[in-house]
Write a protein that binds this ligand. Structure first.
Ligand code: ADP
Length: 504
């Protein structure tokens, strides 16, 4: 059968461990789901972002080029020989490089001649056939390989003219890509790659950031791609892991705190149960302790009262028994009263310089009868020339009496009581030695606790209240000293009351 406190702890642990385990399992499963769905969501968002960014780039580029073409068209409509005006327009359009205007029959309208190797590059694009194709399909196209833009315009004389130009790479990067992408809010790294996969522009250093996806630009930047890279440490998986770790740690701390609380409560309950048990034992023990001398006194008193004892010597003996038992009763009651005063914080001690030898011998005197009757060999050794010591004589006498009482009570076959009084290490040491039952080492620290008594089998049924040694220790400490014990089961014990000679 489990004790109430053990039952409480088992239940409490179960009440914590079971829900914690369920929370952990649910947490694990939902984190896995969370991980995969957030990964999916992250990719979708990245794709949306990439499409939007690509559209923005194309729109910016188209707007810039259309703006240039509109202005060029305006020039061509007004100027019969537009050379100078086109020069001026080009000077303020850094995006446009290598502009050629070619007439219907392939004649060069602007500039006067092909530059460098441009005839080879532009030549095949501006043939009559190509122009006719363009007339059918629309106003502008971008030729993939060299990113050359073609647009069909009209001259002042109403004749169509083909404008062909290339883009300036640096201006494209700085004015189009950076303007379009630089201001986009995105947790990822956006980059523009050319048809060979070279990075033309990237918003942040790519380093070895993992590539997420890429989308193709449409007609304005054919074959180029907008790529999305993952910012290091910002993947949803990592974010979820971090959250999961945080939650796990928080859950762990919570469980640890709760378990610590349960353990503390369990300890408290155990101590309280033990205290309650000790207290109820104490009441039973004290009652029994009081009853024994009382019944002896009553019995001897009644016998004397009835006048049945005629022998004077026996009568004297009966009187002595009554006196001794009365003294024992007083001692017991004093112990309990002093103990309750100590517990209530009301006990005070009055110290006065006290000669030690009379105090020791006087206290022993009270035990002369039981010692003689039980056949004790008494050895008293008091060092000569002991100084007077400032102490509360009643309290120290009571402490010594408790030690002597115990030595008698817990005696065994060899009945010896040795009281040794001397000065050692600046302290007065009053030692009481017996050859009695002795005390097991693990009990030696506890016997000075209030109500504590060694198990009945070890004390062979001897009765006591369990406050005697608690009182001795209190008295010793109140005098600035202490009480020690040396003992071995079956060999006997030596209790030493050590009091400072001078109170500091
Ligand atoms: P009690 O009223 O039980 O004697 P004490 O506080 O005086 O209470 O002692 C506490 C316990 O210490 C006792 O129950 C006993 O087991 C043990 N004890 C005390 N003195 C001795 C001794 N001289 N020899 C053996 N055991 C002792």
């Amino acid at each position: 059968m489990l004790s109430p406190s053990a039952r409480f702890s088992a239940l409490a642990l179960l009440a914590i461990v079971a829900p914690a385990a369920i929370v952990a399992v649910i947490g694990y499963v939902s984190i896995r789901q969370w991980e995969s769905s957030s990964e999916l969501l992250y990719r979708e968002q990245a794709r949306d972002m990439a499409t939007m960014a690509a559209e923005k780039v194309e729109m910016t580029l188209r707007r810039a080029e259309d703006g240039f073409l509109d202005r060029l068209q305006a020039v061509l409509r007004t100027e019969a020989s537009p050379g100078r005006a086109v020069d001026a327009l080009l000077a303020e359009s850094p995006l446009v490089r290598r502009l050629y205007l070619v007439g219907r029959r392939g004649e060069l309208v602007y500039p006067r001649a092909w530059r460098d190797g441009d005839a080879a590059v532009f030549g095949p694009l501006v043939t009559e056939r190509e122009q006719a194709k363009l007339e059918r399909s629309g106003r502008r196209v971008v030729i993939q390989e060299d990113q050359i833009s073609l647009a069909l315009l009209t001259q002042k004389n109403g004749e169509p003219v083909l404008a062909a130009f290339a883009r300036d790479a640096e201006t494209l990067r700085r004015e189009i890509l950076e303007t379009a992408l630089g201001t986009l809010e995105s947790p990822t790294i956006l980059a523009v790659l050319d048809r060979d996969g070279r990075t033309v522009y990237s918003r942040a250093p790519i380093g070895n950031a993992p590539s997420l996806l890429s989308v193709q630009f449409r007609d304005v930047l054919p074959d180029w791609r907008l790529a999305v890279y993952q910012t290091p440490g910002a993947s949803p998986r990592q974010a979820v892991r971090r959250q999961a770790m945080f939650f796990t740690a928080a859950l762990g701390v919570l469980v640890a705190v709760i378990v610590a609380g349960i353990v503390a409560t369990w300890r408290l309950m155990r101590r309280e149960t033990e205290m309650a048990r000790l207290k109820s034992d104490f009441v039973a023990n004290v009652s029994h302790d009081l009853k024994t001398p009382l019944s002896v006194i009553r019995m001897f008193g009644e016998t004397l009262e009835m006048g049945r004892v005629t022998d004077e010597a026996r009568r004297q003996e009966y009187y002595r028994v009554i006196t001794r038992e009365g003294e024992r009763l007083t001692r017991l009651i004093d112990n309990v009263l002093d103990f309750s005063r100590i517990e209530g914080g009301r006990q005070t001690y009055e110290t006065a310089p006290t000669p030690i030898e009379p105090l020791v011998r006087g206290t022993l005197e009270a035990f002369a009868y039981p010692l003689a009757q039980q056949g004790f060999k008494v050895e008293v050794s008091v060092a000569p020339d002991l100084p007077d010591v400032a102490l509360d004589a009643d309290a120290v006498g009571q402490a010594l009496a408790n030690l002597i009482d115990n030595a008698i009570k817990y005696s065994a076959d060899e009945r010896l009581l040795a009281v040794d009084v001397r000065v050692a290490d600046e302290r007065l040491v009053i030692a009481v030695t017996d050859r009695g039952l002795g005390i097991a080492p693990e009990e030696q620290a506890r016997i000075f606790e209030k109500f504590y008594r060694v198990g009945r089998s070890d004390t062979q049924g001897r009765r006591g209240s369990g406050v005697g040694l608690a009182l001795v220790r209190h008295i010793a400490e109140a005098h600035g000293g202490d009480v020690t014990v040396e003992s071995a089961p079956g060999r006997g014990s030596r209790f030493a009351l050590r009091l400072p000679l001078e109170r500091s």
